[in-house]
Design a protein around this ligand. Structure first.
Ligand code: FES
Length: 108
């Protein structure tokens, strides 16, 4: 496992996120009040890109069916809503993050 640079902290403002490719994997990197998190971009419900979702505090909500995930644990904190069904997706994968000399690095 290697920590791979994904960008500069100065380029990711607090309360924002972006999707990146790290080692061939789609990763969402977020800045929550100066703490950086990384999770898989692919929603574990039906695969929508979580980087196109909404960031609120330390959770990201998928635009497709409104499931929300805790960035620290990857656990689903809100169920996906599809017609009249509500289902709790599996946790999304989380990645270790380190800031090194102003760069956000993610271990893949
Ligand atoms: S694809 Fe993300 S909640 Fe359904």
């Amino acid at each position: 496992m290697t920590f791979v640079p994904t960008g500069l902290t100065a380029d990711l403002a607090e309360g924002t996120m972006r999707g990146v490719e790290v080692g061939g994997e789609g990763v969402l990197v977020a800045n929550v009040a100066g703490t950086f998190y990384a999770i898989a971009r692919k929603c574990p419900h039906m695969g929508f890109d979580l980087a196109k979702g909404a960031l609120e505090g330390a959770r990201v909500t998928c635009r497709m069916h409104d499931a929300s995930f805790d960035l620290a644990t990857g656990e689903a904190v809100e169920k996906a809503k599809l017609l009249f069904l509500k289902t709790r997706p599996k946790p999304v994968r989380t990645y270790p993050v380190r800031v090194v000399d102003g760069a956000i690095t993610v271990e893949v």
